[in-house]
Ligand binder design. Structure first.
Ligand code: NOJ
Length: 558
């Protein structure tokens, strides 16, 4: 199959730089649509729902699929046993090719999730590697001799590195009398990117997917691909407060963010750049906006987690936008992320952070900000209907680290944000005819796509309006951002500007409502063109704007 799988008539927007001006939507394949009744979503189930995403639905531009490859499922797909195939649980390669064709026919790009830092221990490379110190795969993983033996003769790990999922990062393999490295589960051994044969094998796999017509990639934990070549122990924080988790007591100097990493990403990008319009985004594993900006470049995005961490507070958002501006400046293009498969859903998280009961009102307000910030918005399936975290009882937990929680290892159960998409109010919610792999939320009878679709005041109605607004205004898609200091503790305001087009955004983070004097916004008069509410509040002739509680208004210059 060649790389050009776009039908001539497809409604593609924004040219080869679509990933800057467009909107990406993350699908968690196991939770989107189940066509074979086994309770787990699959690729045909995603195809069935592409109209929800295309120009006649939400109108997003790219679909990022969380891993679709064969996997024992211990990290729910992020433990890959064959990166060049499709997990039979999710479908076949024919299903995947059809998905690409059907997505392209609707103007949607397809972005795959590449997990290139580690594999499953069931991957053929690792099975061969762990069996012997000889052979072509012997050095495909990070193997090291023991540092010595303890008093009982047990082998000691090579250094003090820790697994993010608890315990040492080293696992002893008697067959080789060596340890292998795993930053995540024991069953997720780390490949050795410093071995040229590994690099060649990974890049070959990447090219294979590009040749199938894939439009881009999300790179899992990409900033830890390279470790310091000598694997020294990490320094320990001298003054870590009581109760600090072991992982956070270390300064991760040698197990991530190595100085030669940008050169490796450049090699990856060179392959992606062989055809125009292919995007990539790196998942920053731990790190702030400085690291995100430093690893971004003209063709490569890097997730920034500040919006995921910030509580619902105008003061916090003002600080966040100022930092973003100082660090990314006007040239580096950031991302805008509120939720994903590793985080509490933002309707739940943000509302709880401010003690607000109306999660829908917060969802609409947060979305208005997300769609009007500078950067590429990444949506997470279900946020368009205001989906909330689902309480999953302990005996139903799937997320592996959540099952091994102990004093030193505190973990949030990620099943809560991975529950299936409720499409309608019928049993199985249009997701499955079987028993869903994770339970639905208690509100799925009423909080579902079919219930919200006809209601213009629903969260879904707001998302459709806001996405159309962003697509229709160049300043929102690609403009510079200047934060404004308009009066009011609960007020956030900023202007976007591109080629003389100005767009003003004014938000009230409180539930009370507030009146904002727009004099400080510069040249007016301003006209309300959209926002969190249908029928946005409009400024009066004197330039005074009375906002309802949790209202965000988008204004254009008249
Ligand atoms: C990052 C992924 O987002 C997360 O879901 C996964 O558990 C880790 N990588 C380890 O594979």
């Amino acid at each position: 199959m060649s790389g050009s799988t776009w039908p001539a008539s497809s409604p593609v927007r924004h040219g080869t730089e679509w990933w800057r001006e467009g909107i990406v939507y993350q699908v968690y394949p196991r939770s989107y649509g189940d066509t074979d009744g086994n309770g787990v979503g699959d690729l045909p189930g995603i195809i069935e729902h592409l109209d929800h995403l295309g120009v006649d639905g939400l109108g997003i531009d790219g679909v990022w699929l969380s891993p679709i490859y064969p996997s024992p499922g211990l990290d729910v797909g992020y433990d890959v046993s064959d990166h060049s195939a499709v997990d039979p649980l999710l479908g076949t390669m024919d299903d995947f090719d059809r998905l690409v064709r059907e997505a392209h026919a609707r103007g949607l790009r397809v972005i795959l999730d590449l997990v290139m830092n580690h594999t499953s221990d069931q991957h053929a490379w690792f099975k061969a590697s762990r069996a012997s110190r000889e052979g072509p795969f012997a050095d495909f993983y990070v193997w090291r001799d023991p540092a010595g033996r303890d008093a009982d003769g047990r082998p000691l790990p090579p250094n003090n590195w820790l697994s993010f999922f608890g315990g040492s990062a080293w696992q002893y393999e008697p067959a080789r009398e060596q340890f292998y490295l795993h930053t995540f589960l024991v069953e997720q051994p780390e490949v050795d990117w410093r071995n040229p044969a590994v690099e060649a094998a990974q890049l070959k796999m990447v090219r294979g997917w590009l040749d199938r017509g894939v439009d881009g990639f999300r790179l899992d934990v990409f900033n830890i691909f390279l470790k310091h070549p000598d694997l020294p122990s990490n320094p320990e924080l001298a003054d870590a407060p009581e109760g600090t988790k072991p992982w956070d007591r270390q300064i991760h100097k040698y197990d991530r963010d190595q100085p030669d990493f940008p050169a490796l990403i450049a090699k990856f990008r060179a392959i992606v750049d062989e055809q125009p319009g292919r995007m990539s985004v790196g998942e920053l594993f731990y790190g702030g906006p400085e690291t995100s900006a430093s690893l971004s470049n003209a063709n490569h995005l890097v997730f920034d987690w500040e919006l995921v961490r910030a509580p619902w507070s105008a003061a916090e958002y003002r600080g966040l936008l100022d930092r973003r501006q100082a660090i990314f400046g006007d040239d580096i293009w950031p991302t805008v992320v509120l939720s994903n498969h590793d985080q509490s859903r933002h309707a739940t998280r943000l509302a709880a952070s401010a003690g607000i009961a109306d999660t829908d009102a917060v969802a609409r307000a947060a979305a208005t900000i997300a769609f009007t910030l500078r950067g590429t918005p990444f949506l997470y399936y279900g946020e368009e209907i205001g989906l909330r975290d689902v309480e999953v009882p302990f005996d139903e937990i799937i997320d592996p680290p959540a099952r091994r929680v102990e004093k030193d290892f505190v973990w949030w159960n990620r099943d809560g944000c991975r529950s299936p998409m409720p499409w309608d109010g019928a049993p199985g919610h249009g997701f499955t005819t079987g028993r869903p792999w994770i339970r639905f939320g208690d509100d799925a009878d009423t909080r579902n796509v079919a219930a919200q679709a006809p209601d213009p005041d629903s969260v879904l109605g707001a998302y459709k309006r806001l996405i159309a607004l962003r697509h229709g205004r160049a300043s929102l898609r690609r403009g510079l951002l200047r934060r404004l200091d308009l009066p009011g503790d609960d007020v956030l305001a900023y202007v976007r500007e591109s080629d003389g087009e100005l767009t003003l955004v004014v938000a009230d983070f409180s539930e009370r409502g507030t009146t904002v004097d727009l004099a400080g916004a510069g040249a007016g008069p301003w006209r309300a063109i959209g926002g969190s509410h249908r029928g946005p509040s409009a400024p009066d002739a004197g330039g005074s704007l009375s906002l309802r509680g949790l209202e965000v208004v988008v204004l254009a210059q008249d």
